[in-house]
Write a protein of this length. Structure first.
Length: 84
């Protein structure tokens, strides 16, 4: 673990910590890239439309739920289209 006030005894220790930090930065970048990709997939028009029809199909038993799901999905779709 790299501490804030660490005192180094050699350049090798510094280089080791720099390599560790570089690897952590790369891992965090890949993690962020993966999360952004997942978010884009989840918010795609295809996925929203698919979930709308799925919600409509499953909510025929409860008409109130059906309308709430339908309105929510169209509101999300409208907001996403508006930002483009």
């Amino acid at each position: 673990m790299i501490t804030k006030n660490k005192k180094y005894q050699s350049f090798e220790e510094i280089e080791t910590d720099l390599k560790i930090l570089k690897l952590k930065k790369q891992i965090d970048g890949l993690y962020l890239k993966n999360n952004v990709s997942d978010l884009k997939d989840n918010l795609s028009v295809k996925n929203i439309v698919s979930s709308t029809f799925t919600n409509i199909g499953f909510s025929f038993l409860n008409p109130r739920t059906r309308w709430i799901n339908l309105v929510m999905n169209y509101a999300i779709y409208f907001l996403l289209r508006r930002k483009r």
